[in-house]
Design a binder for this molecule. Structure first.
Ligand code: KIV
Ligand code: ZN
Length: 413
C-alpha cells in the first residue's frame, strides 16, 4: 500500500533512473566518535563514547569509527571497550601512516568481530610540502608501507579490513591521486576513501573526481570507493550525494553534521535524501533504522553539549513545525502539502502546528479539537478574535492560553 506521499513521488516527472534494475547498498560509516569528537568542546569520556556507540549500533550504521587510539590512553581504552562490547557494525580505528599509530589502532580493535584499520596521509601539494615535508614519491611510499603493515598485523583475522585515505584528495593532482589509490589497493586496501578535507570542491567537480577515479584507476573495482566531505562551503551533503551517483558506495558522516570546523556530511540528511527521494535515488539504499535518528541526534547533542540549530534539516526543532496560516491549513487538510517526510519515520512524535498571530481559524479549530473542544462556526469567530488579541502579545499561543480563552468563553454563554 503506497502512502499518498509515495504516490506523489511515483508520478514524479523525474525519469533519470527509470531503467534501473537492482539497488546497491550505500555503506554508512559514522565518524561521530572520531571526527565529530574533534569539535571544540565536544570531547567525551569513556562511558559517553560507549553509550553513543551502542546507540549507533541500534541506528544500524555499517561502520563506527570509534577513535584515534594513539592519540591518548583514554581514546585507546574507549576504542578497546567499543570493540569488545558493541555488536553489529564494523569497528574502525584511525591511524596516521606511522608504525606506532597502526600498532595502537590494531591493538585497540583486534578483538572486534569486524575490525578495520583506517590509515591516512595528506597527498595534496600543500599537505606534502607543509605538513609531512615529503616528496610525492616519499608520500606514496609511506602510504604503501602503512597499508602493507596494517595488512600484516591483521592478516590472521578473518573479518579485518584496511581503509586508506589520501587526505585533501580534492586538492591533490589528479594523476598522482590515481597512482596513490592504485598502489594502496595493490598493497591491500579494500576501501579507498576520498576525503574532501577542506570542503573545497563543488558538487559537479566532486562528482567528476569520483567518476575519473573510477575510470582511470585500473583495479578500482577491487575496492569500495568511500567519500568523506567537510562542510566549509555548506556542500558536504551535496558532494556526498553526487559522489554516490558517480560510483561511491560508502559515505563517511556524523550525527547532526558535527565535526572539525563547519563539520562533516550530516548522516541524517544523506540517509533521508536517499530514502525520501527514492524516485530519484532508486539505484541506492542504506540499512539505517531511521526511527532512531531523532533519539540519537538528541543524545549526541546532549552529551557533546552542542545544541542542534532549530532549522536543521530532519532533526532541528522546527523541521516539522508549521507556523503560517496557509501552511497550517494545508497540513491539516493533507500532510504532504508542506511535508515531504513523515516525522514518525525519523523518530519525531508528530508535526507541530505552532499557534501564532499568523495562524488561521482552521489551525485554531484543529488545536481546540485536540484539546476536546467542539466549537460551532458562530463561536469560532469570537474565539478567534480573542485568540488574536493574545497572539499579538505573545510569539506563540500555548495550550494553557487556549484553555484560559475557552474558560472565559464558557463563562460568557
Ligand atoms: O578530513 C579528513 O581528511 C579526515 C581524514 C582523517 C579522513 O578526517
Ligand atoms: Zn575529516
Amino acid at each position: 500500500n503506497l502512502t499518498s506521499l509515495e504516490q506523489q513521488t511515483e508520478h514524479s516527472t523525474i525519469t533519470k533512473k527509470e531503467n534501473h534494475t537492482v539497488s546497491e547498498k550505500v555503506y554508512i560509516f559514522d565518524t561521530t566518535l572520531r571526527d565529530a569528537e574533534q569539535t571544540p568542546g565536544a570531547a567525551l569520556n569513556l562511558g559517553e563514547k560507549l553509550e553513543i556507540a551502542k546507540h549507533l549500533a541500534k541506528l544500524k550504521v555499517d561502520i563506527i569509527e570509534a577513535g584515534f587510539p594513539v592519540s591518548s590512553p583514554g581514546d585507546f581504552d574507549a576504542v578497546t571497550r567499543i570493540s569488545n562490547e558493541v555488536e553489529g557494525p564494523e569497528i574502525c580505528a584511525l591511524s596516521r601512516v606511522i608504525e606506532k599509530d597502526i600498532t595502537a589502532a590494531w591493538g585497540a580493535i583486534k578483538d572486534a568481530r569486524k575490525p578495520r584499520i583506517h590509515t591516512f596521509v595528506g597527498t595534496s601539494p600543500i599537505h606534502r610540502e607543509r605538513i609531512t615535508r615529503t616528496s610525492p614519491e616519499e608520500t606514496l611510499q609511506m602510504a604503501i608501507d602503512a597499508v602493507t603493515y596494517a595488512k600484516s598485523l591483521s592478516a590472521g583475522h578473518p573479518g579485518a579490513a584496511i581503509e586508506f585515505s589520501p587526505m585533501d584528495a580534492g586538492r591533490t593532482e589528479l594523476s598522482y591521486l590515481y597512482e596513490v589509490v592504485e598502489a594502496t589497493i595493490a598493497a591491500g586496501a579494500t576501501i579507498v576513501n576520498i576525503p574532501e578535507t577542506v570542503g573545497w570542491t563543488v558538487p559537479s567537480e566532486f562528482g567528476k573526481l569520483i567518476a575519473d577515479i573510477k575510470a582511470n584507476v585500473p583495479n578500482i573495482d577491487r575496492a569500495i570507493i568511500s567519500v568523506h566531505c567537510h562542510n566549509d562551503l555548506g556542500l558536504a551533503v551535496a558532494n556526498s550525494l553526487v559522489a554516490i551517483e558517480n560510483g561511491a558506495r560508502q559515505v563517511e558522516c556524523t550525527m547532526n553534521g558535527l565535526g572539525e570546523r563547519a563539520g562533516n556530511t550530516s548522516l541524517e540528511e544523506v540517509v533521508m535524501a536517499i530514502r525520501t527521494r527514492r524516485d530519484y535515488f532508486s539505484d541506492y539504499y542504506t540499512d539505517i533504522n531511521t526511527k532512531e535518528i531523532v533519539p540519537i541526534s538528541r543524545r549526541v547533542s546532549r552529551t557533546m553539549g552542542i545544541p542542534v540549530q532549530p532549522n536543521k534539516a530532519i532533526v532541528g526543532a522546527n523541521a516539522f513545525a508549521h507556523s503560517s496560516g496557509i501552511h497550517q491549513d494545508g497540513i491539516i487538510k493533507q500532510r504532504n502539502t508542506f511535508e515531504i517526510i513523515d516525522p514518525a519515520d525519523v523518530g519525531w512524535q508528530e508535526s507541530q502546528i505552532i499557534l501564532s498571530p499568523r495562524s488561521g481559524r482552521n489551525a485554531l479549530r484543529h488545536r481546540l479539537g485536540a484539546l476536546g473542544y467542539e466549537v460551532t462556526p458562530e463561536q469560532i469567530e469570537k474565539i478567534y478574535a480573542r485568540f488574536l488579541e493574545v497572539a499579538d502579545k505573545k510569539k506563540e499561543v500555548h495550550d494553557a492560553d487556549l484553555e484560559a480563552i475557552m474558560r472565559d468563553e464558557v463563562r460568557s454563554i
